[in-house]
Design a protein around this ligand. Structure first.
Ligand code: ADP
Length: 397
């Protein structure tokens, strides 16, 4: 069966069509600037040329229609008819406390997702629009929702309750949720397979370091703590997000700069992180180049970023009373050996020793620690789409 995996944002839609038996990606792509002038579909069939189709996409329904047309297109398509799409798997950002696992999408489920909109006002409504658009074009095709928060629903109260009046949790469900769950779950499982150790006996720390970044402590296959909170703003320093700060800074800056709460939030989400520190970019490739040319703020940004990761790894080793494996994943975790080395050099006390030449080796999955390292260190390329396709298939079976 082929599963169409959809990751729908407010103005974008990423997709992959995955053959669930061979787990091959038959086609993938992205609709950009939906509802904005200059919209386009970037479409890439397996083994074929990437194609850019510029066309008006006033809404997500039109975008889904274009994706489906491309998939069945006589020349560049990869299937003959839409009957060959057996199911659709949707990435959904926030499942609140309602969803501890993936679920088949029904009208009741859609209502329950809507009830979580408050918690992720930028993401959940867009995810729901994606579901609606797919239903319009494929009313009889089963759909599954896979939640970024679900994997972390195993966190104990100790880890998810904030030091705030308890009534905010009772009334508004203000608590820590965590995100990137699909990635943390996929990578921690791969670690157990690569190391050939039972998943339910392993203590793993997964460092998902991308533009958005989070760390997760996985004890015996269960998330027991993670760095993001009620929203994806908490935790590590990210591309443009501040991560943990003293909450009093918000009022202080609002007063000094004469800003509203909305404006301060915008700064914390979009103008902070390594972008805020360097003053010019959120992309670590630019930051590495600038550092090589002697830019001190670029160097500072990298080092502040790595320092926060080092702190969280120490915290999570403490939370689990030990750690067997540390895995690096996502754009930066997979590709930036400098940051991995800088982080691992501070973990000697845990018994971490990395092999410098293995750390420089570019491979999707690789153990970069030395054979005598007490803690195994790995690079594991994440694959959230494959995980969504697998979950979709599992539920429909
Ligand atoms: P997100 O999915 O959260 O947008 P990614 O996981 O794609 O982010 O990570 C983006 C970061 O990873 C950027 O800072 C980028 O510089 C870095 N990155 C991505 N690919 C590479 C690469 N091939 N080499 C070095 N850095 C990379």
């Amino acid at each position: 069966m082929n599963v169409l995996v959809i990751n729908c944002g407010s103005s974008s839609l990423k997709f992959q069509l995955i053959d669930s038996i061979s787990e091959k990606v038959l086609a993938k792509g992205l609709c950009e600037r939906i509802g904005i002038e200059g919209s386009r579909l970037v479409y890439q069939p397996e083994g074929g040329e990437k194609e850019v189709i510029e066309s008006d996409m006033p809404n997500h329904s039109k975008a889904v229609g274009m994706v489906l047309d491309a998939l069945v297109n006589e020349k560049t398509g990869v299937i003959k008819s839409l009957d060959e799409v057996g199911a659709v798997g949707h990435r959904i950002v926030h499942g609140g406390e309602k969803f501890a696992s993936s679920t088949i999408i029904t009208d009741e489920v859609i209502e329950a997702i809507k009830e979580c909109n408050d918690l992720a006002p930028l993401h959940n409504p867009a995810n729901l629009i994606g579901i609606d658009a797919c239903k319009e074009h494929m009313p009889d095709t089963p759909m599954v929702g896979v939640f970024d928060t679900a994997f972390h629903q195993t966190m104990p109260e100790d880890a998810y309750i904030y030091g705030l009046p308890y009534e905010y949790y009772e009334k508004y469900k203000v608590r820590r949720y965590g995100f990137h769950g699909t990635s943390h779950s996929y990578v921690s499982k791969r670690v157990s397979e690569i190391l050939d150790k039972p998943y339910d006996e392993l203590k793993t720390i997964v460092c998902h370091l991308g533009n958005g970044a989070s760390i997760c402590a996985v004890n015996g296959g269960k998330s027991v703590d993670t760095s993001m909170g009620l929203t994806p703003l908490e935790g590590l320093i990210m591309g443009t997000r501040s991560g943990d700060i003293d909450p009093a800074i918000m009022e202080f800056i609002a007063n000094k700069e004469n800003m509203s709460m909305d404006e301060v939030m915008n700064v914390l989400n979009k103008k902070s992180g390594v972008y805020g520190i360097t003053g010019f970019t959120s992309d670590f490739r630019d930051i590495m180049d600038a550092m090589a040319k002697g830019d001190k703020r670029a160097e500072l940004a990298i080092h502040v970023f790595a320092y926060r990761v080092i702190k969280y790894i120490g915290a999570y080793a403490a939370v689990m009373n030990g750690v067997d494996a540390i895995a690096f994943t996502a754009g930066l975790g997979e590709n930036n050996s400098y940051i991995r080395e800088r982080i691992c050099n501070s973990l000697e006390y845990l018994g971490v020793k990395i092999d410098k030449s293995l750390n420089e080796t570019k491979q999707d999955e690789i153990i970069i620690s030395t054979p005598d390292s007490k803690v195994k260190v790995l690079v594991v390329a994440t694959n959230e789409e494959l995980k969504i396709a697998r979950e979709t298939l599992a539920l429909l079976k």
